[in-house]
Design a protein around this ligand. Sequence first.
Ligand code: ATP
Length: 354
Amino acid sequence: MTTQPHLDIDAVRKVYGSVVALDEVTLGVEKGAYVVLLGPSGSGKTTLLSLIGGFIVPSSGRIGIAGRDVTDLSPAQRPTTTLFQDYALFPHMSVANNIGFGLKMRRVPAAERRKRIAAGLELVGLGDYGGRGIHELSGGQRQRVALARALVVEPEILLLDEPLGALDLNLRRQMQDELLALQRRTGRSFVHVTHDQEEAMALASLIVVMNNGRIEDMGTPKRIYERPATRFTATFMGESTQITGQVTSADGSSSTQVETAVGKLRLPGTLPAGNGVTIIIRPENLQTGGAGDVNLGTARIREATFQGAHYRVLASSETADQDFVLRLPPDRQVEQGMSLALSCRAEHLVAVDR
Ligand SMILES: Nc1ncnc2c1ncn2[C@@H]1O[C@H](COP(=O)(O)OP(=O)(O)OP(=O)(O)O)[C@@H](O)[C@H]1O
């Protein structure tokens, strides 16, 4: 017997006229996951979130939550709540009444409501703020009220649509920590939309990379960053050196040779001979002074910027039309025009389709 995922999205498609907003998306998520839908503007993230919440209906496909088919249910009938970017708090109501609003709508009796509002205030660290007006709160506190309001109804899944988009960087980091702590404490599944790759890495147990209405790649932050499945994912998840080449031998062993402008590179795994590939190398994996086992030739520093923990260095190959991006330690002498012997370890070369 196969067990159904907690969130079960089955071949969901959403079409607006001639625009395919979402193209046959299938996704299964376990209970208690922190899922981040990550992708550029227009990739279909909000459409997918709105379909889960019931704000729009799919053109085809089914959505199941906690073993129940919810495809035809309204947002209020679903075991989900949504945290919108603007928080959508009621400005004329107190903090406590804002938090209790969903409970009232669900006809939870007054005594029980009071208990859950108090627990909700405690949950987000606003124990003494129940009597305040919304206008008497800071941005971060409003965010917490919105979170408490969404969580007191004990949804199976909390949906968050770019919830930190309006906050400054410091507050955003702090709220990321709080979101994670809340998610762990409540054990609920969170589905969070963002186009910010760092935010996705900080929060997700599962990142779903979206592109053109489709799931491009999906996995843990570490897997997606270190071993992206596609060139799009590699580029979207941060900087890398990208070297194009052709697979020249698949000699039956467990490694592959790729012919590139900076030489023949051997990497683990087998790929079909003749395939055009792009080799991805993350900046922190490029080494200088011949430390790695894969030689990438010499390159001249074009630009170096000090970033606190390291220098970010752009360099160009001295023998080929190839750029590199790498990191050097802050105590290294780094100057424009300096020549570096570049190498890396074979296991840090990732080949994706061109
Ligand atoms: N109501 C609508 N009518 C027509 N087209 C729509 C509608 N809603 C979304 N789309 C289109 O569907 C595609 C996906 O949109 P969606 O809002 O899901 O993207 P997104 O990844 O959330 O983008 P953003 O990060 O900008 O919010 C886009 O091409 C968009 O223009």
